[in-house]
Design a binder for this molecule. Structure first.
Ligand SMILES: Nc1nc2c(ncn2[C@@H]2O[C@H](COP(=O)(O)OP(=O)(O)OP(=O)(O)O)[C@@H](O)[C@H]2O)c(=O)[nH]1
Length: 400
């Protein structure tokens, strides 16, 4: 089964390139620390998911590149072509001459409807190249204008046109400080729209990845390239193939097979408010944890601690909330590696901060005219605030 990736805006395109490069490098890494046969099965599975093959044998990423200015797309296409190992399809990109100027409304209400047909046609062409489609992986920032606004618009269209394949958005949380003033508006609009149209949001915070580069990797002058390589490494270690079940040596065909649909029972939805945010979280209570193990000794790894009921909300048994995926095939030269995908309270505080800052600006009507000018009304903001306050309250309530 295959995944079609949609890369949007500067951030989405730069990260998308690194992700494909990491996937390709890993699957062609000679030190897979496993048998030749196993390595071939792994490679074939990775290829089916992420690459289609051209006549001359160069793999082509199953991707559509979208941006409203040509610079980053041109750089991305040429970096892939120069790698000599894989490339993007000749007709897989859509770009225009002028970006969205960090205005979510412009991306969503102007670029979106204006270019809807061209973008959706490109995606459809990519879908037609797949024997069997598992889902869409949509990479975008949360705070810019094109990736976030147009990305939300495209995700909504995918939801309308492809209701069953999974729609998973990889979103980049902006730095807490030092970026554009309207980043919190753009972020709440992105999150509230994706909450309605996407099946799963996979979030990375720029601040957190920056810290990994500084503290763990000791990089002095950290660039987006460094950050994106860390992200790509993490995403690769999640999305590369794993065995289909305990004791199985076949690779699972459904790469995005996580139960993302878990929702708290309605009767437990709390009233709106911030009552529990002020309390210390003793645990980072989770709804779901997925651990992915690769390489040596995966079958004897001790994972009992992940099954402790205290980690999970009281209405879920650990057996339903915790999953493990494994493969003996090592990831990217690492003898052993582990990745964790977690749906937990981890983002409650950053989300509460963004909503709070956006609310303070909204209360004084700052910059609102830039949005109403392009069809995003005050009502839309209010709807976004209400929805996200509900999300915050639901996650706070997990620990009780
Ligand atoms: N991790 C990471 N974050 C990025 C990268 N490029 C931009 N960002 C973040 O993305 C946000 C800005 O979004 P962009 O993708 O640059 O903007 P855009 O979608 O192209 O939209 P416009 O410039 O308004 O047309 C900020 O929060 C940046 O920190 C990147 O390559 N990697």
């Amino acid at each position: 089964m295959s995944i079609v990736t949609v890369q949007l805006g500067q951030c989405g395109n730069q990260i998308g390139f690194e992700v494909f490069d990491a996937l390709f490098s890993d699957s062609h890494c000679p030190q897979g620390l496993c048998s030749k046969r196993e390595n071939e099965a792994y490679q074939a599975s990775c290829k089916e998911r992420f690459f289609s093959e051209e006549e001359n044998g160069v793999p082509i990423a199953r991707a559509v590149l979208v941006d409203m200015e040509p610079k980053v797309i041109n750089q991305t296409l040429s970096k892939a072509a120069h790698s000599g190992r894989w490339k993007y399809g000749q007709h897989s990109c859509f770009c225009q001459k002028q970006g969205s100027g960090n205005n979510w409304a412009y991306g969503y209400s102007v670029h979106g409807p204006r270019h809807e047909d061209s973008i959706m046609n490109l995606i459809q062409k990519e879908v037609e190249k797949c024997d069997s489609l598992n889902g869409f992986f949509i990479i975008m920032s949360m705070a810019g204008g094109t990736g976030s606004g147009l990305g939300a618009f495209v995700t909504q269209n995918l939801q309308d046109q492809y209701s069953s394949p999974l729609k998973m958005n990889q979103i980049i949380w902006p730095y807490g400080t030092g970026e554009v003033i309207v980043q919190n508006y753009n972020s709440i609009l992105t999150l509230s729209h994706l909450y309605r149209s996407s099946d799963a949001l996979l979030v990375h915070e720029n601040d957190a990845v920056h810290k990994i580069c500084a503290k763990l990797m000791n990089i002095k002058q950290i660039s987006f390239r460094d950050i994106n390589q860390v992200l790509a490494h993490q995403l690769g270690s999640v999305f590369q193939p794993t065995y289909s079940g305990e004791g199985s040596f076949h690779y699972r065909r459904n790469p995005l097979g996580i139960d993302w649909q878990v929702r708290p029972p309605l009767s437990r939805l709390p009233t709106l408010g911030k009552m529990s945010l002020n309390k210390e979280f003793h645990f980072n209570t989770s709804i779901a944890n997925l651990v992915i193990l690769r390489g040596k000794d995966v079958h004897s790894a001790e994972l009992g601690a992940f099954k402790d009921p205290a980690l999970y909300t009281s209405w879920l048994e650990p057996v339903h909330a915790f999953s493990v995926w494994k493969t003996q095939r090592a990831f990217s030269k690492y003898e052993k590696s582990a990745a964790l995908v977690s749906n937990s309270q981890f983002l409650v505080k950053p989300l509460d901060m963004i909503v709070g800052k956006a609310w303070n600006m909204f209360a004084s009507k700052a910059y609102i005219h830039q949005y109403t000018k392009f069809g995003i009304e005050e009502e839309d903001f209010l709807d976004s605030f209400t929805l996200l306050e509900q999300v915050i309250a639901s996650y706070c309530n997990l620990g009780f």
